[in-house]
Design a protein. Structure first.
Length: 400
């Protein structure tokens, strides 16, 4: 995380506000409606966690109260570990929290969603594994982000249309449920379109050095290098690929970019000409997004990135449903959320009742040269966008 954004983050954390900050003790906020932000605040995905906390705090500050009650939140450092995430979520539920927004990694989100259901709570996530609103769905869990199926449909498919001669693809994949979801969706399109999948390299969630995988990719002579990892790992892989000169010999697609913070960390020279899949981009031409960008500009003196935006909208969905229901009882809030239509960050969004999946756009971006940037954050152009979701009868979701 860049120093200026860290300073903005710490300034926000210290700002005087009527919002009750209950970290670490809940006792000082008795009677408040309790929210929590369960995210990796340490480890390789810590920057995403810190921005996501900013998003939750910002929306709670904006609302100030709901149903005549104060709003409070705590931060849960999941460390990116499912067992740790579950234990800490249990402790938070025991202290009275019922509303959770977070879970960047699919493995921890799947585990926390199950625990939220046991604890009569609500969990809204931005994680990507299809199973979250598929075979392992439950009544407590909602997902704002497009799952892995839709992310690949809205990146690989349109890129194939733009590059009809790109017949050889190599993939680099994190070895867990999220990576496998992206890889399987890509393989399905490869098979349909007659694309030769010339190789795949799996790596662990602790990996930082990708030179061996990239050497294997170069040897396979692909037309496209498809990076299926996320956050700092996709940045490390892309940075090393560019240093190997791979942009000169092939097209590079990062299927699931983490947004503006990733572009800032990489810089325009690395991003130039690279394609990125994105859940969110601050330049989206939608009424509520323009309002949201203005709020973030005024409050934090920065443009919003994906982690901040995702946490903001996930928390806002719960608040709006709570107000609509006239109750903070999780069962009543869930009923209000099911089928809810609203103006979202990507335009008109809807929570599908049958699987608790938000139906929204996913974006294909292309990094632009520094000389064509209109401002310091104009790193990419939106190439295409659309909505791709499995029909309910194909998701394997059975909400009881």
């Amino acid at each position: 995380m860049k120093r200026r954004h860290f300073l903005q983050f710490t300034a926000l954390a210290a700002a005087p506000t009527s919002l009750l900050l209950n970290r670490p003790a809940f006792a000082q906020s008795a009677g408040a409606i309790q929210f929590a932000c369960p995210l990796p605040m340490s480890g390789p995905f810590a920057a995403n966690g810190k921005y996501a906390e900013m998003g939750m705090k910002l929306v709670l500050q904006k609302y100030n109260k709901a149903l005549g009650k104060e709003l409070a939140y705590s931060v849960i450092d999941t460390e990116g570990k499912p067992a740790t995430a579950v234990r800490k979520l249990q402790e938070s539920i025991e202290k009275g929290t019922r509303f959770f927004a977070g879970g960047i990694l699919s493995s921890e989100s799947l585990a926390m969603g199950k625990e939220a259901e046991k604890g009569n709570s609500i969990f809204v996530t931005t994680a990507g594994a299809d199973e979250i609103t598929g075979s392992e769905c439950n009544r407590a869990t909602f997902r704002w982000s497009v799952p892995t199926f839709g992310a690949i449909e809205q990146t690989v498919r349109p890129l194939l249309e733009k590059l009809p001669k790109a017949k050889r693809w190599y993939t680099i994949t994190p070895q867990y449920v999220f990576g496998d979801g992206l890889l399987n969706a890509a393989k399905a399109i490869f098979k349909e379109k007659g694309i030769e999948h010339v190789g795949n390299s799996y790596h662990s969630l602790a990996e930082k050095e990708f030179s061996g995988y990239l050497t294997n990719a170069i040897a396979s002579k692909p037309d496209v290098l498809l990076l299926l990892n996320f956050g700092s790992q996709s940045s490390d892989a892309l940075r090393q690929a560019v240093s190997f000169g791979m942009k000169n010999n092939m097209t590079i697609l990062v299927a699931w970019a983490s947004g503006l913070e990733q572009f800032e960390a990489l810089g325009a020279d690395i991003c130039d000409g690279v394609y990125f899949g994105a859940q969110y981009w601050h330049g989206i031409d939608a009424p509520f997004n323009k309002e949201f960008v203005s709020i973030v500009n005024a409050s934090l003196k920065m443009d919003p990135n994906y982690s901040l935006a995702g946490s903001y909208i996930c928390t806002k969905i719960m608040l709006d449903a709570m107000i609509k229901a006239g109750s903070s009882d999780p069962k009543a809030v869930i009923a209000a959320m099911e089928g809810m239509k609203y103006e979202g960050l990507t335009g008109a969004e809807e929570i599908r009742k049958g699987d608790h999946q938000v139906i929204k756009n996913y974006y294909l971006l292309k990094g632009k040269p520094k000389a064509k940037m209109r401002n310091k954050n104009d790193y990419a152009d939106i190439v295409s966008f659309g909505k791709s979701f499995l029909p309910l009868d194909k998701t394997m979701c059975k909400l009881g």
